[in-house]
Structure formats: C-alpha cells, structure tokens
Design a protein around this ligand. Sequence first.
Ligand code: BGC
Length: 708
Amino acid sequence: MPAQNDSSIESKIDNILSQLTIEEKVAMCHAQSKFSSPGVARLGIPELWMSDGPHGVRGEINWDDWGYAGWTNDYATAFPALTCLAATFNPDLSKEYGNAVSEEALYREKDVLLGPGVNIYRTPLNGRNFEYMGEDPYLASKMVVPYIHGVQQNGVAACLKHYVLNNQEVWRNKVNVKISDRALYEIYMPAFKAGVQEGKVWSIMGAYNKFEGQYCCHNERLLNKILKEDWAFDGAVITDWGGATNTKEAALYGLDLEMGSHSDGLTVSAKYAYDYYYLANPYLEMLKSGEVPISTLDNKVRRILRLMFRTTMNPNRGFGVMNNQEHLDVARKIGGEGIVLLKNEGNFFPIDPVKNITIAIIGENATKQLTPGGGSSELKAKDEVSPLRGIKERFKNAEIIHAMGYNSGPPQYGKVIPPKLDNDSLKTAAISAAKQADLVLFIGGLNKNHYQDCEGGDRLDYGLPFGQDELLDEVVKANPNTGVILISGNAVEMPWLGKIKGLMQAWFLGSQSGHAIADVISGEVNPSGKLPFTFPVKLEDNAAHYYGEISYPGIDYEQEYKEDILVGYRWHDTKKIKPQFAFGHGLSYTEFQLFNLEINSNKFEKGQAITLSCSVQNTGQRPGAEVIQVYVGKNKSKVPRALKELKGFKKIFLEPGATENVEIAFNTNDLAFYDESISDWSLEEGSYTVYVGNASDNVSRTFKIRIK
Ligand code: BGC
C-alpha cells in the first residue's frame, strides 16, 4: 500500500487544526464509546475505531458497556498467542502474523489494533504472560518489530502495550513499581524502544500501574521524556481502558487519547460518562481558565490526526479479508512452529498416524474452547479445532477413546465459576480409558478462566490446577506409556515429569489448535519451537519470588523489582539455579550438529561488528529446523552482570543430511550496559565470553574476546 507523504500530511494537519474549535479538539482526545473516539462530522473527519488485539480481532462490544453486541458478522480467525509466536524464534512468521491479523482488522473496519504486548515475563504467576513475548528483551524486540510492520503495512495501526512495567495483574491499577534505571532500560524497555524506533509504531498504550509514584498513562518521565523526546515517538499515546486518573497530569504528561475511563477495563462501566472523562469537560475548563496551555491540546490533536491520516484517512487503504484459508494457514504454521518439544524419552513422539492403535486422550483441554475467556484478548473464533478433533481427523486408523479427566467450569472475568461435573467420577473414567489404550495423550494445562491464564488476576499457584497432578499420577500408574501436551501461556510445576514419556508445550493456538497439534504429534511437522521463558522447578527458584512479598506482589501497593536485571535465565544462570527447562530449550525429531564454529576476531574496537559463523548439519532422518543462539557475558565487570545474555539467533531449516553455513552478527555496542552514573549506555573494555549453542543451557562452544 503506497504510504502517504509525511510532509503533505503535516500541512493538512495544520490546515485542519486551524479550522477546529477548542470543543471539537477536546472531543477528539477522549472516547465516545467503549472502542471509538469521535471525528468531526462537519469537516468530514471520520471516527477512529479500535479493537483488541493481539491474537485476532475481538467481537463487537456494546457502545456503552462491556457486553457483547451480539453481532453475527464478527466471528474471526484466532491466531496463536504471542508466547507461541515468540517460541517460533522466527521473525518472518511474525510479519505474516501481523499482516494476517490486520487484514482481518481492516475487513472489520478497525483502525487501531490494540496489540502487540511486550511486557516482560517476570513471574510465572502473571495472568497475562500468554499475551506477551517472553522474558528476553532481545527476543521480544526481534519478534515485535516485524509484527508491527505486518500490521501497519495495511494501514491499520498497531498499539504497542502496556508501556511499561505492567508485569502482573494483581493490583495492576494501584501498584507503584520501584525499579533501578538499569533494569528499566536493559530489561523492560528495549522491546518498546524497538517497536517505536524500528517498528515505527503509530500508537502506544500506557500501562495501568504507577512508576515513580505517577500513573504510567500520564507519566512525565516515561511519556514526555523517554518516549516522545528521547525516542522521538511521533504517534499517539492511548490510555489503557480506565488508565487515566487525573486531568492535569493527563493534559501535561504525554497522554493523547483517553479511553475506558470510569470502567475497570474489563467488566464495570458507568454509562454516558464521556463528558466527565479527565480529558473531556474538566480539561476544557482547565484550558479555558489558562491552567494548562492550549499547546498541550494542539499537540494531542496533531498526533491523533496523524494517526487518522495513517489509518482511517488513508485513501490508499484496502478493504481487508477475514476467515480466508490463507489466514488459517498462517495460524496453523505459527502453531506448528511454536510448539516446543520438551521431553521425548524413547522417541515417544512422533506417533505414527497410520498405525492401528488405541489412543486414550485425557484432559479437559482436549475439548475445551480456549479462544473465549482470558480477558480482552478473547475472541469469537469462526471455528476452533479442538485437539481431540485434530487428532481424530489425523489418526484415522487409530481407535481414539476420550475421557475428560477433570473439569474446571466456564470462563468468567474476575470470577471462578465452579465446575458442574464431579471430578472424582471423571478421574475414574480417565483411569479406565488409560488402561484400555496402547498409549495416553494427556491434554491439560491451564485455561482462560479467572486465576489461570487470564487478565484481571494472577495465578494462585505454580502447580497445575483442577487436581491434574493427582490425576496424572494415577493415569501414569494405569498406563506408563503417557505423553503430556500442556496448553498454557505460562510455566507450571511438574512433579510428574520423571514419570511421563513425552512432553510438549503447546500454548494457546487459536482456530487451528487441533490441526497444529496433530501436525506435530504425527510428525508431519517437526517441532522447532524454543522456550521464550524459563520453567523453574519451583516458584521460589524464580527471581521475583525469591525476594518475597516486597518483590511480588508488593506490600501496600508498593513493589520493588529486587532481582533487578536478573530476570529469567539471567537469574538462573548467574545464581546457578538449575531450571526445569531453560530459556531457548526445545527438542526436535531430527538431530543437528554444529561445527566449524568461528568468530571473526578475538580483539575488537568499540563500534566494530562481531560475527559468529558455524555450519549446521541435519544429521537425522527428517527435515527440521534448529535455532542457533548466541549469548555474551562480561567477565569481571564494574557492575553486577548476568552470566550471559542473548545477542543473536537464527532459525535454519534443513533437509536430512543437508548442511548450511550460518552467520550471526552484532555490534560491540550491543554489549553496553546502562550506566546509572552517567544516565547513558556504556561499553566496558576488557574481556567477554561469547557462547554459541541451541539453548541457554546447551552451549556448543565459547569464545573469549577483548574489546578496547
Ligand atoms: C486491557 C488492554 C485492552 C483494553 C481494551 C484493558 O483491560 O488491559 O490490554 O486493550 O482493556 O479492551
């Protein structure tokens, strides 16, 4: 789609600004309904329509409240959760994802897609981790940029969220996060910065929580200084729904468009509240009395008009498509590439799809719809292929017996609805099914209910819910030939891990879930996903939880990120705490060998490129893909450092026997740390170790280098 010329847009904006009354301008700075803000009818300026995001285009919500509007034309494609996308380690797929979801947004006449989210995975209890891109700032940055490009190439704005430090759902509207500048710049902000500077994102959503005592949706330092001044963001800052709390701050501290006020962002809303929004009448009064300058208003409206010219007022924009085969194919491909094979004793997987065997499928997630629920990212999927359906369609010669095993009740925001069925009798039926089968596939995990992988609350336990641990124990006793397919967006405790034969992390995969899972189980697709976050053995092994209540969830709404920069594998590596499964881990049905590992030099000047090269060979029997990962650590530093940090990766597809040479390059400047003594990045001279391998805990070779 041809872009509009920026300078012509700016002069058009000047022209419009000169014609608008102050009332019309103020009206443009806040919502007129749950998901739209007004245009200016007399000048032919259209409304701006938004929708969640990020896994597909959400069903239509009522004008004034959170109920579904009951339209029948809003069933869309549900794409895999962003955790799955991150697990592909494949930026090309991220672009395909962004493109497909924005084509659907366009068809549904949406201008702004509320996503993607890049809040860093800090604790496995966070109910919204499934909507984000994992624990590593480099991985999240590399994956988010093409997603934004894919979305925006169709004239739909991405809205990067939630800026910043919204890393838990508990107290999200109240908690004040205390964090070092170093952790802020090195861990929590890079993916936002990449989204702004490389992704050129057109809008960004403020977070609900506070930082330095000030709400993130109108935070002087985060928005005016860092985002708009330092990063030169030229788009619009949108509140999270109900994230504004103060007119003067909203006027002065970087907010442009206020949405969802007088609602909790999920369930409760006051009707006809729009005139009372912080950026509505109260703002108008402050402007008229001179308490805040008109320039604040003009700047907001300029940014909103710019967003409109890029989207709804872009004459070159197309009409979009929805529910087409191509979108289903993209969803399935991402699902297949994102599934992570964690354990595979005795080659339990793949399971030959033409064999005449009896397979017992046990677990609620084999049939539970997982596109509804979870909060704002929930979807009305046109179709959702369950794992049971996908497996039945693929394993045509097998006898499939199914037992639910446990049940959890339907999803409901902010509320747990007790299940209807009796879990004891479900368990008895499951054990009997397990006994009759040649093998068992246990399809469980979390779901999108409150206190699971769901907005508005965090998980209460690290273990599996609904009695699955006990159930699995009994199932394995009844039939030791058991494999587990975990559907979740979070790590879970696995007391049964030693007893099962195979384990797959299958995420929330959307419309094509069952097909993508069957692709991998049957071996049609060789798993190549890698974990985008660490699975600790127990909760206390996670850095945020190690420091107790002050660190998670905080005390009296005050929270300190005491682990500082040591998030995820940085913590496990540095403190030598062995995880259950490490960041970057993921097995395959074939085998790869890395050889000829080389580095272009062992001495570097500042600003010079460091290039790693190696040959990768597929030495097994099946085509497959491997992700080569490069980590770097500073030996002896003047500041505390992580043992190593991801600085490059490359996914490579190889036929059996094939070899390819891979190069991964980065710059010495990428090894700088954020130096609080100068409030800037600083590159230390001296010795570093470069690690090359296929997981953070599986390094094939290290190199010592010096920078001077
Ligand atoms: C969520 C946002 C979402 C918005 C609109 C909020 O509760 O935090 O991610 O985009 O609602 O549904």
